[in-house]
Every structure is written in structure tokens, then in C-alpha cells.
Write a protein that binds this ligand. Structure first.
Ligand SMILES: Cc1ncc(COP(=O)(O)O)c(C=O)c1O
Length: 274
């Protein structure tokens, strides 16, 4: 019998999300890199003050107040911010926008976040995986030669934790013709960000999430910083109401330099480096 699904879906193995043990299970959980500390009191305040009126209407498709908070904190224009249902949604939107078949490929160094491969398989788009060297130097020459419609670099990387130096990312962005996505899911634990490259190169996008540094994985909130030319393409593809009315109120808690988040970060660093 003919399959109900496209051949690409029949052929692929679905993404296997990290196991979530039952509440109350005594376990040290490392598989999905969640934060062991609770969300900030500000984040909890938003949830405690939930207003039914927020829920009656569809939410703001642009999450305007949250974008303004990101703008204030990171010093980027508010209209350069696109908000996603987790940064996973934005990865999905990017692949849907840019990749296709064997000409418009998805390229990334490995080992890295395995979802890139799954999203490309769904599209489907050909994937080119280039191994990192033993000391995790970015394989720039090979990445450029692969000529991806989209090149993903997770920095800090998962699972290695290394941060890719800015000058290496800069060389990559200069030489590729496609989009370079710098996935900064773990940047709140790093010393520096690739954010300046978004202003330097029109083909660079930086993705962030509130799942890791802000202990809000359960809310599903991520964002991208992207110039409006690319951003307008992504807006065509993302679901209009991708950020629910509760999430988008989290602009009140988006304060990366707050004493709360830096205390949690430094005690986490101490515990992990013992
Ligand atoms: C490198 C990387 N990017 C993105 C994500 C997804 O983050 P979010 O929870 O915002 O979808 C993860 C989650 O583990 C990750 O490891």
C-alpha cells in the first residue's frame, strides 16, 4: 500500500527527546542540560499574576514587549529580534526557509546538537557533517567548501562545551554564501557572545534561549537576533501565534545581568568544575 507519508518521513528516524523522569524521582539529570536552579523570582511573579484577560485573545504575533526587553538588555534594535517557541522552533523555521534537496544543503561541524540532522531529514535537505579536529578547532576550510545554504555552529557547543572564537566565526561568515546560524543556547555560561557579528554580516543570525541560563525550559521561549532583511523571510514561515500570552510576558524577567542569574551561574560553574 502507498504510504500516507512523504518518502522523507518514512525514511527518517524521529528525534528521540531526552527522557523526562516522573516528578519526585531521585536522579541527577544531565541528559537535556536543564538548569538545576529554579527560575528567577521575577519569572515566577509573572506566572503568579496570570490574568485571564491575557488568555481570552490571541497573543501578539511579534511579542513586541519581549523584543523591546531584549533590545534594552543586549543593545540590539527591537525589530532585529524574532521570538520562537523555544530556539528549536527557530531552527525549524530556518531550515524550512533555506534548505531543500541536494542543492540547498545543511552544513555543520560534529559532534553537535543532533536536532539539526533531524530537521534536515524532515525537509528533506542533504546534510554535510564535518568532524571537529581533536582540539575542537572550527574546520573553516571544509565548512566553506561544503557551501551550505545554511551552516549551523553551536557555540558553546553541545556536547563538547567549547566556545568557538569570534575570529573563526568571522572568517566563516566572510567566506560562505549562505546563512550562518550561531546557536548560543548556552551563551549565559560563556565568556563572550557572537552577537556583534550580526551587525557586521548580513548572513549571520544568533539564536538564544531562556531554557538553559534562565531555568525556563518548560515555558519554551527562545529568540533570534537577525537583520530585518532575513527576519522578514523567517516571519513568513513561523506560526503567527507561536509565543503564548504567558511566555511573552516574561519580558519582566529578561535581565541577564541580574544578581539572581549571575549568582546561579557562578555556583553552577563551581559545582561543575569541582
Ligand atoms: C545547542 C542547542 N540549541 C538549541 C537547543 C534548544 O533549546 P530550546 O529549549 O530553546 O528549544 C538545545 C537544547 O538542548 C541545544 O542544546
Amino acid at each position: 500500500m502507498l504510504s500516507y507519508f512523504r518518502p522523507a518521513i518514512d525514511a527518517m528516524t524521529g528525534y528521540i527527546p531526552g527522557e523526562q523522569p516522573k516528578p519526585g524521582t531521585k536522579i541527577i539529570k544531565l541528559n537535556t542540560n536543564e538548569n538545576p536552579y529554579p527560575p528567577s523570582p521575577k519569572a515566577m511573579e509573572v506566572l503568579h499574576n496570570l490574568d485571564g484577560e491575557w488568555l481570552r485573545r490571541y497573543p501578539d504575533p511579534f511579542a513586541t514587549e519581549f523584543c523591546q526587553a531584549v533590545s534594552n538588555v543586549l543593545g540590539v534594535p527591537a525589530d532585529w529580534v524574532i521570538v520562537g517557541n523555544g530556539s528549536d522552533e527557530l531552527l525549524n523555521v530556518l531550515i524550512r526557509c533555506c534548505a531543500e534537496g541536494s542543492d540547498r544543503t545543511v552544513v555543520y561541524p560534529v559532534p553537535t546538537y543532533v536536532l539539526y540532522r533531524t530537521l534536515a531529514a524532515i525537509q528533506p535537505a542533504r546534510v554535510v557533517e564535518i568532524p571537529y579536529s581533536a582540539n575542537f578547532q572550527l574546520p573553516i576550510k571544509e565548512l566553506v567548501a561544503a557551501n551550505g545554504a545554511i551552516t549551523f555552529i553551536a557555540s558553546p557547543n553541545s556536547p563538547s562545551g567549547h566556545v568557538v572564537p569570534l575570529d573563526e566565526l568571522r572568517k566563516l561568515a566572510q567566506q560562505v554564501s549562505g546563512i550562518v546560524v550561531i546557536d548560543e543556547a548556552y551563551v549565559d555560561f560563556a565568556e563572550y557572545t557572537a552577537l556583534p557579528l550580526v551587525q557586521e554580516f548580513e548572513n549571520v543570525i544568533v539564536l538564544r534561549t531562556l531554557s538553559k541560563g534562565y531555568s525556563l525550559a518548560g515555558l519554551r521561549m527562545g529568540f533570534g537576533v537577525v537583520n530585518p532583511k532575513l527576519g522578514s523571510g523567517l516571519f513568513k514561515v513561523k506560526d503567527s501565534y507561536n509565543i503564548d500570552a504567558i511566555c511573552r510576558r516574561q519580558q519582566r524577567s529578561y535581565r541577564p545581568s541580574s544578581r539572581y542569574s549571575s549568582n546561579a551561574r557562578s555556583s553552577l560553574q563551581k559545582r561543575l568544575c569541582r
